[in-house]
Design a protein around this ligand. Sequence first.
Ligand SMILES: C[S@@+](CC[C@H](N)C(=O)[O-])C[C@H]1O[C@@H](n2cnc3c(N)ncnc32)[C@H](O)[C@@H]1O
Length: 323
Amino acid sequence: MGIVDTAKRSVPPWVKGLVPASLRRHQMIEDHARSLPSYPFFQGLMSRYRVENLVGVDSETFKRRIDEFLALDDYRMEGFANPERQRDLSIRFYWGHDHDFGGFALQGRMRSRHLALLTIFRDRFGAIPQSLEGLRVLDIGAWTGGVSLVLAAMGAQVTAVEEVKKYVEALTYLKQAFAIDNLDPRHLSLYECTLSEFQDAFDLVIYAGVLYHVTDPTVSLRITFNCLRDGGRCLVETAAVNSEKPILAYHGPGLARGDRSARNRSGWNWYFPSLAALARMMEDVGFAQVQVSKVIAGRAFAVGRRDSHVDIMRGGLSVPGLR
Ligand SMILES: C[S@@+](CC[C@H](N)C(=O)[O-])C[C@H]1O[C@@H](n2cnc3c(N)ncnc32)[C@H](O)[C@@H]1O
């Protein structure tokens, strides 16, 4: 299958064949994913969200509303007292993933990563079935919804949680404009997915591009475990540190890169796990059959299955009542 079991640590052929490290990391993964069979399938699903499929709104009005989102630069709506110590991407609106709406196209900050992620989870891990009809999927950290839109087009009932209000409003607008009944955007932090409605509820949790942004990665993984039904799987993608040791490398928001005055800084990370740390954390929160990739261009993929709900070691838990 080409996936590395943490214990074995052999390098799968598809990793050896990857393009040189000088290319930007997302581009490397995207280039690799484009060569896999499922990429065109996922890409094709995005065509459902083109202006000819708008419902109850014309394309000019739709574009004007999208332009209003793109012009947003607002810290108050996020509940911040001032912007000083806050993440630029929470204040200024940035589109997340590439989207060709037909009449116009938006380039996302993360380009076509949504398609690449899903392709790798499907073709390398076998973790995404052809149809998601009747399945419930939780997309954590949805941004403007690239991953959620594809999963909804596959027939899943998608709950998309996102901590930044302006992105939830944009995704809610897409839901309305394209009449996506099976998409439920929610303005919630991952840490609020302890609500009863999230417990034992999902067949798949997509936890991509978020683990290194959170202050307590172990608790975050436990929350994903609790959200799954028995037999459900959590698909994790994260920035990662390339080390054999089971470490979490501390970054902290001070390492954000970019132009402060343009509010375009990226980074805003807390901890980067090594593969060994990621695999152990997933096992320690309860996951079975944990599979991890190698670290590729500073990113790692992992899949864990919830066989049954087991307890977690409670010493030192930052949320004492956590299920
Ligand atoms: C790097 S983007 C990843 C977007 C998408 N999941 C992907 O993989 O392409 C991280 C997103 O997660 C959101 N996020 C970060 N921490 C979060 C949290 N604790 N709860 C919910 N969303 C969070 C950010 O606001 C941002 O939209």
